[in-house]
Design a protein around this ligand. Structure first.
Ligand SMILES: Nc1ncnc2c1ncn2[C@@H]1O[C@H](COP(=O)(O)OP(=O)(O)O)[C@@H](O)[C@H]1O
Ligand SMILES: [Mg+2]
Length: 226
């Protein structure tokens, strides 16, 4: 089975006081359809940098990123947008919903941008994530948990092969964080969406079998959590 997402020997260094010290110093990762990977690491360890590179939102100094057979590192950023929309779902700590649109309109937005809005799918997803009763409200009028649920629905609206999640529950209290995380996994499982979830919250991802720690710019597999 080919990987739906892969990176090889990924290197990223930022100029500045630490100039030259790579934030990522050779990261390899490959996911097949339906695989779930958790990447742990404290603040500043390079988790967001990794997600941005995997998403083609940033360019590596060295190494490769592949979405299936597409060599992302060779593409021009402006050529990637459509392909990204078709391939990846993204969820961040901040929901990035558009504040003037209802939750329903937000979930329909990726389809609308590609010229194929699908209201039925959007409603169905909002139902699944448990915010259907609030679908006509704007993000500012719903709770943080409801916003993140809607953000998960939006990320899955176009049935991506990969979901990239950067601290998706970082702004939530423990019980909503767990609920949103479980939901994300359940929806991903149904369509064999591969998931890369980065977080500093070890307890949250204890059930994920493939866990890594970002340490000194490299991904180290972690054993069972104590
Ligand atoms: N655009 C940037 N320019 C310079 N340094 C950056 C930039 N983005 C991140 N960094 C630095 O790279 C390191 C890793 O950041 P980041 O990937 O955001 O870590 P994490 O998401 O694990 O908290 C930090 O030291 C951060 O300050
Ligand atoms: Mg981060």
């Amino acid at each position: 089975m080919p990987a739906v997402l892969e990176c090889r020997d990924l290197v990223r260094r930022y100029p500045g006081p630490n100039g030259g010290v790579p934030v990522l110093a050779g990261v390899d990762l490959a996911l097949e359809a339906g695989e779930v990977v958790a990447v742990l690491g404290p603040s500043g360890s390079g988790k967001s940098t990794l997600i941005h590179l995997l998403a083609g939102l940033d360019t590596p100094d060295d190494g490769e990123v592949w979405w299936g057979d597409l060599a992302v590192h060779r593409e021009r950023p402006q050529d990637l947008a459509r392909r990204r929309a078709r391939t990846l779902g993204l969820v961040f700590q901040n929901h990035y919903l558009l504040k003037e649109l209802s939750l329903l309109e937000n979930v329909m937005l990726p389809g609308r941008i590609l010229g194929a809005p699908d209201e039925r799918r959007a409603r169905e997803l909002l139902e699944r994530v448990g915010v259907a009763p609030r679908m006509h409200a704007v993000p500012g009028r719903v709770s943080g948990g409801e916003r993140q649920r809607a953000a998960v629905a939006r990320a899955l609206a176009l049935e991506p092969s990969v979901l990239l999640a950067d601290e998706p529950t970082g702004s939530l209290d423990r019980s909503s964080a767990r609920a949103v995380f479980e939901l994300l996994l359940e929806l991903a499982r149904e369509r064999r969406t591969a998931v890369v979830m980065v977080t500093h919250d070890e307890a949250l991802v204890r059930s994920v079998e493939r866990r890594y720690r970002l340490d000194a710019g490299r991904l180290e597999p972690t054993g069972a959590a104590p």
